[in-house]
Design a protein around this ligand. Structure first.
Ligand code: GLA
Length: 386
């Protein structure tokens, strides 16, 4: 088990009594790119996670080490300065340490080893797990008492520092998720409630396309955000009560259609309808209406692909071929876009046959091996040896 490997490695190389923390990844049932538009999202924290073993070290150095796939150790001083590193993850820790300093938290030396099983660049938010998990570890080790809401904001600020102007969905899912439930979050006031997603006789399957467009996502992601903000700014010219696309109806958008960039217009339609899809999804789940759930997933994907333009040919193929299988009710890409996993609702009796047909067809079409796993919803970030 990864957790045991992380703890054993820590004990062998650092000290005997680490704090052990599990920070989950997340899925999103629906509500993509709606978070930074202050709309609705429906994510859930999952069993796949990053594990941390950490303890104070009575020095002025924060040592972070990963060893599972690539072994690398990065050391920071208490202000977040460091020697050069090549580990892609180093920049997240650096950003967190610097933000904690900017917020006047007093830091001390720490040793930290981490490792996990969230596939990177798969739309399952490994970076939110990393940032939230590390901040939670530091807060607990140093008695800083940082609230979960504040940890979410710190982790989001770290992403912004690195260049992704993300919303708060991922961080909230990691920090407030609950076993067996999805988390309905209103990103305007950050109120949330839990929504059970069990549909009797149906299974949720995640399919990793193994297409990673990490670099594209940064620019393309921020570009989508800029489109949404451009529309809001245009509408604000005649209505200054509008703060985000959350406050914009389809009718209000129609009124400015001829005066805005058509691409921005199309993207904003997607966001307005995606918020409605989240609301429709909650009703469908509450009613146990699996076919409606599937329909909403598919509608969401089509609009993400055609209007918001964040899909890829491989992902579209994966969604289409899934749709052709007996027992598949719906399918959509999850996360920031341009690769990663699809989430699929499948009649349990057809699960195995659908899965193997999809894997075979996808390999034949793209030459890429897809990876399937079943959705297991777990609790939010927690200390395992409290
Ligand atoms: C990334 C971001 C989130 C959210 C999703 C898309 O995961 O970090 O804030 O915008 O993309 O829904």
């Amino acid at each position: 088990m990864i957790k045991d490997k992380v703890v054993t490695y820590f004990k062998e190389n650092y000290s005997q009594n680490p704090l052990i923390i599990k920070a989950p990844g997340r899925v999103n049932i629906i509500g993509e790119h709606t978070d930074y538009n202050l709309g609705f999202v429906l994510p859930a924290s999952i069993e796949k996670a990053i594990y941390f073993a950490a303890q104070t070290n009575n020095t002025d150095t924060i040592n972070i080490e990963a060893f599972l796939t690539f072994k690398e150790k990065v050391s920071f001083d208490l202000k977040g300065q460091n020697e050069d590193f090549s580990a892609f993850w180093g920049k997240y820790f650096k950003a967190i340490i610097q933000i904690l300093n900017e917020k006047n938290y007093t830091l001390k030396g720490i040793d930290c080893v981490f490792g996990g099983d969230i596939p990177i660049g798969s739309g399952l938010s490994s970076s939110a797990a990393l940032c939230c998990g590390f901040t939670y570890a530091v807060s607990n080790l140093l008695g800083l008492d940082i609230s979960r809401t504040e940890i979410a904001l710190i982790a989001q600020a770290a992403e912004h520092k690195i260049g992704l102007n993300c919303g708060l969905m991922d961080q909230y899912a990691v920090l407030f998720g609950k076993k067996g439930n999805a988390l309905f979050l209103d990103c305007k006031d950050l109120q949330h409630k839990y929504v059970p997603i069990n549909l009797d006789g149906y299974s949720w399957l995640l399919i990793n396309s193994n297409v990673k467009h990490e670099l594209a996502v940064g620019n393309e992601y921020n570009d989508r955000r800029n489109s949404c903000e451009a529309i809001v700014n245009k509408i604000k010219e005649s209505n200054d009560t509008v703060a985000s696309l959350r406050d914009v109806s389809k009718e209000a958008l129609e009124k400015v259609k001829d005066f805005v960039d058509p691409v921005d217009y199309k993207r904003s339609i997607y966001i307005i309808m995606e918020n409605k899809r989240v609301e429709r999804m909650i009703t469908a789940l509450g009613d146990g209406n699996a076919s409606e759930v599937g329909k909403i997933l598919l509608e969401g994907h089509r609009s993400m692909s055609q209007d918001f333009e964040i899909s890829t040919s491989e992902i579209d193929y994966l969604v289409n071929v899934s749709q052709e299988q007996d027992g598949v009710l719906g399918s959509r890409m999850m996360g920031g876009g341009f690769g990663g996993c699809t989430i699929n609702l499948i009649k349990t009796e057809h699960l195995e046959s659908a899965q193997s047909a999809i894997e075979t067809a996808y390999k034949k079409e793209t030459g890429i091996e897809a990876e399937c796993f079943h959705l297991e919803i777990d609790d939010s970030v927690k200390i395992l040896n409290a």
